[in-house]
Design a protein around this ligand. Structure first.
Ligand SMILES: Nc1nc2c(ncn2[C@@H]2O[C@H](COP(=O)(O)OP(=O)(O)OP(=O)(O)O)[C@@H](O)[C@H]2O)c(=O)[nH]1
Ligand SMILES: [Mg+2]
Length: 687
């Protein structure tokens, strides 16, 4: 494949949105219409280019970001098809870091959903140009105009329709392109034909929305405004030009529409991607690379069992070729890029070089991880911070076969290179290996992959709730640690005051304040008290959970000229903390999850009742295209096993999505049970 050499000819777009709105189907249709593929694959048959992985076929959903490209009107369009599910947002957030534009797909039935708003906000943070595509116009209860209103109300009132549907639901016949004033008719899965005249019966509506579009565009361009007011019939190129400028400056967000699975609306959308999204020359990435002449940013890593590690990157300075050798300032290691790949689902092509702004990949870089910036000479660069969500759900994990521990750990390490929101660590208290992620499904996918890619079978044990402990009032305690066993003794004596820190339930962690006057404890022993306190805080006295949000003041003490040691002060600090903690009104905190459940109307009563029994607090209910979306806040401990319950309550027609919200105090009666349980487990462990 010949390389694109002009950054001005590139369009980088992340395709994002809520789960299951048709992003992958839309990307499939775009590739087909652009002639990149010669058949329109489907999710149902597992034949799309972007969802090529077996696990994606099995679950019929995207699990990772797929980098693809197509040519349209002498422009190269790079698309990153991102997963919509809450558990797999790492790739979405990383992809948004390397594109100029975000194509936000929404369903014409469901409108704006939880993840639509999330990705919109993220795109806003990165100042990306945004387009909206209202998909699934053919579905029952689809309503483009209702969704357009929702988009304008909930995302931005600068969203403006650039296309309109012809007909609706099963009588949908095509779409109108308001920019070029033409229509495209439903190709029912075939190649979309050329532009057609707009049907007469739509003339009034088209006129109305064309005016709204022109008003919005000319508003952003003085020159065009003057010509418009003079009554000039503005040529499409001039409007397109002004539109692109407005989109580039984030002043307008065009709203397109169509039916991905029928390949309807793709011609107009491809035109819009080329004409409406800025190239890297116009906007460019905001990632630092110093004065490097060649630089790339690795935004994603794929753990391929055959090809090894594949690093996906954006060229920040270039061009780069296979012979380019770059250095990673993080490790100081030199890396030769080697064959440059253009990813395309299962099959990859190779290319000689990549110019600035282009996206590509290479295999087998040694020590490079997601988030690294590689440069041609050692310049101090600050790699961009991608704010990945923190893993909140932990499952104990063990290999089924004894002796597979190392294999399991290696596999999981590779998988967490691929997904930074997946992490493996050892629980200090129980010695168990804990696999943590954002959702249960994400962790289950990792388990499937351990089997398919690394040939190790594991068992997941019920997830543990990451409780925390903190205190509600101030308390004081003094402890003297003294031992006299012949020879040199041990002596440490300290008095501390502990108090709650502001924001201690959710954020603040720990502060040690040295208030010793007159040197009653010498400088060298004071850090030992701090260390002892920290150790005691690792496992609180209530439920063995880590203690947060405490300020510890060391106020008094005593030392012995011969017997005092760091060890003695550490023990004294630790004991003093434990004594003070008991008196400081300690409480247990639990994670609260934000839950959105979409269920058929006839199941609303049962689902609400069930949420109630799970200590859930209802936050709101909205009709969502024949279904009802229920929003609630529920303690994580109560919804660890929600999926089976929801399936049985709704006959499999329900769907839910949850993410971590904040920590809150566990109600007393519940806390009591947990504390008793911990006590019992500790006694059993001791016995
Ligand atoms: N009727 C209809 N169905 C569609 C349309 N687009 C997608 N679908 C179907 O909707 C389902 C989800 O489509 P996907 O393309 O996987 O959606 P997605 O947004 O990529 O989903 P995730 O990647 O899992 O977030 C599949 O069953 C598609 O066949 C459409 O325009 N009309
Ligand atoms: Mg998808």
């Amino acid at each position: 494949m010949p390389a694109v050499t002009e950054p001005g000819k590139i369009r980088n777009i992340a395709v994002v949105g809520h789960r299951g709105v048709g992003k992958t189907s839309l990307v499939e249709a775009l590739l087909f219409q652009a002639g990149k593929t010669n058949r329109l694959g489907t999710i149902e048959q597992g034949t799309t280019v972007a969802d090529w992985d077996d696990d994606e076929h099995k679950r019929q959903m995207s699990l990772s970001g797929a980098q693809l490209s197509a040519d349209w009107h002498d422009r190269k369009i790079n698309l990153v098809d991102c997963p919509g599910d809450a558990g797999f947002q790492a790739d979405t957030y990383a992809a948004l870091r390397v594109v100029e534009g975000a194509l936000v797909v929404v369903s014409a039935v469901m409108g704006v959903e939880v993840n639509t708003t999330r990705v919109w906000k993220r795109a806003e943070e990165y100042e990306l140009s945004r387009l909206v595509f209202v998909n699934m116009l053919d579905r029952e209860r689809a309503d483009f105009f209702r969704v357009l209103d929702a988009v304008r109300a909930q995302l931005s009132d600068r969203c403006v329709a650039i296309q309109l549907p012809i007909g609706a639901e099963h009588e949908l016949q095509g779409v109108v392109d308001l920019l070029h004033m033409c229509a495209y008719l439903d190709p029912s899965g075939g190649k979309e034909g050329g532009p057609q005249p707009i049907p007469d019966e739509l003339a009034g509506q088209v006129q109305e929305y064309r005016e709204k579009l022109l008003d919005a565009v000319v508003e952003t361009d003085e020159d065009l405004m003057a010509r418009y007011l003079d009554g000039e019939d503005l040529p499409a190129e001039d409007v397109a030009h002004a539109l692109k400028d407005a989109v580039t400056r984030d002043e307008l967000y065009p709203v397109a529409c169509g039916v991905a699975t029928k390949n309807l609306g793709t011609t107009a959308l491809l035109d819009l991607l080329v004409e409406g999204v800025p190239s890297p020359t116009k906007k460019g990435a905001t990632i630092e690379f110093g004065d490097a002449k060649q630089a790339v940013f690795v935004y994603k890593t794929i753990a391929d069992p055959f090809a090894g590690r594949i690093s996906c990157f954006r060229v920040l300075a270039g061009p780069v070729t296979g012979d380019t050798t770059l250095v990673d300032p993080r490790t100081h290691a030199k890396e030769r890029l080697g064959q440059i790949l253009l990813l395309n689902g299962k099959e990859n092509a190779s290319v000689e070089s990549l110019c600035v702004g282009d996206l590509g990949a290479v295999a087998k870089l040694k020590d490079v991880v997601t988030g690294d910036v590689l440069v041609d000479h050692e310049v101090p660069v600050e790699p961009p911070h991608i704010d990945f969500p923190e893993p909140v759900m932990s499952f104990a994990i063990t290999p089924k076969a004894k002796g597979d521990e190392e294999k399991m750990a290696t596999g999981l390490r590779r998988l967490s290179e691929e997904d930074p929101t997946l992490s493996l660590r050892r629980d200090q208290q129980t010695g168990e290996q804990l696999l943590s992620g954002l959702t249960q499904m994400q962790v289950e996918v990792a388990v499937d992959r351990l089997h398919s890619r690394f040939h190790v079978d594991v068992e997941l044990h019920p997830p543990r709730v990451p409780y925390k402990e903190t205190i509600r009032k101030e308390a004081r305690a003094r402890h003297r640690y003294k031992k006299q066993t012949g020879g040199r003794g041990q002596f440490g004596d300290c008095e501390i005051v502990i108090e709650p820190m502001e924001n201690g339930d959710d954020g603040a962690t720990y502060e040690f304040v040295d208030k010793i006057v007159g040197g009653v404890i010498s400088q060298s022993y004071r850090p030992a008290v701090d260390k002892g306190v920290r150790e005691a805080m690792e496992h609180g006295e209530l439920a063995g959970a880590p203690v947060y949000g405490i300020r510890v003041k060391l106020v008094d003490g005593m030392e012995h000229s011969v017997d005092s040691s760091e060890m003695a002060f550490k023990i004294a600090g630790s004991m003093a903390f434990k004594e003070a903690y008991q008196k400081a009104d300690p409480v247990l905190l639990e994670p609260i999850m934000e839950l959105e459940v979409t269920v058929p109307d006839d199941a609303v009563g049962a689902v609400n009742g069930d949420l109630n029994s799970r200590r859930g607090r209802l936050q709101g209910m909205e009709p969502a295209g024949g279904m009802t979306a229920i929003r609630a806040e529920v303690p994580m401990a109560e919804i660890l096993t929600y999926s089976q319950a929801l399936t049985s309550m709704t006959g499999g027609r329900g769907d839910y999505h949850m993410s971590f919200l904040r920590y809150e105090e566990v109600p007393t009666h519940v806390a009591q049970r947990i504390i008793e349980q911990t006590k019992k487990e500790r006694e059993e462990a001791r016995a």
